[in-house]
Design a protein around this ligand. Sequence first.
Ligand code: C2E
Ligand code: CA
Ligand code: CA
Ligand code: CA
Length: 279
Amino acid sequence: AKGAGRNTLRFFDPRTQANVTARTLLEAGLREGLRDGHFLLHYQAQINAHQGVVGAEALVRWQHPQRGLVSPAEFIPVAEASGLIVPLGTWILRTACQQLVAWGQDARTAHWTLAVNVSARQFRHSHFVDEVLGVLEETGANPHRLKLELTETLLLDDVEDTIGRMEQLRRHGVGFSLDDFGTGYSSLSYLKRLPLDQLKIDQGFVRDLLTDADDASIARTIVTLAHSMDLGVIAEGVETCEQRDMLIGLGCLTWQGYLFGRPGPAAELQAAAAAHAVV
Ligand code: C2E
Ligand code: CA
Ligand code: CA
Ligand code: CA
């Protein structure tokens, strides 16, 4: 993954013409992929200590005809820069809502929530709120089961506008989770004003939770903050039982990570749910 990250950086280096060309090609590829239906959603379970699987996060994948599965870390930034994130984001929302409807029809999954990532450019688009409400209506998905994941940078870019959009969606029952919490420049006074439901502890703090005292105290602070603001808290990137147990000790009882399952097709999530019915 580290190697891929380095390649990505080199790939998008704006200083050389070759990279500009590569980026233009990727953009054209995205456009084609959207037209030809080459995107799909994978789902990763979210587990609560008492309730088992409580929902999932939708993660987009690009099934490229020649390159195979392309990582969103590579194509989401290009989709953002080109504006393609707007139609792609709508497709993601619609597909996620269709999945919610399917889960709603099965007693074992009817209570599951689905978290959907939203990019800055998508969120700021003038029709974003109407788009979300339109997709909810068109699919018949329960808005109370839909959770949008937003990042700090996005939220704080224009706080008044952000709060307005969030409030409109909240009135219909849509929830909000603050993704990658702790990695941005969040000011706690802003945090208080934002109508959030959940903080998501970034995987960067979970990775070395057992060996890095600073990461442990940041994680503890986030949990305390969430509790004192009456917000839920979830940790991402949980890979080991030791990390999970440490999180329990810190008071974080909802988790997501390879320990419980990798992102995969909806059917695989159903199997994971059976395996983790009781933790
Ligand atoms: P993110 O929202 O922070 O998503 C979490 C990433 O961590 C995912 O990578 C997930 O597969 C990975 N992950 C999950 N569990 C573990 C674990 O235990 N250990 C480790 N090391 N990693 C884990 P992925 O799917 O490659 O997505 C990367 C990023 O791309 C996402 O980060 C998000 O920013 C963006 N992205 C993915 N899907 C979407 C989408 O549908 N819309 C938008 N706008 N962005 C998306
Ligand atoms: Ca996320
Ligand atoms: Ca995250
Ligand atoms: Ca992240």
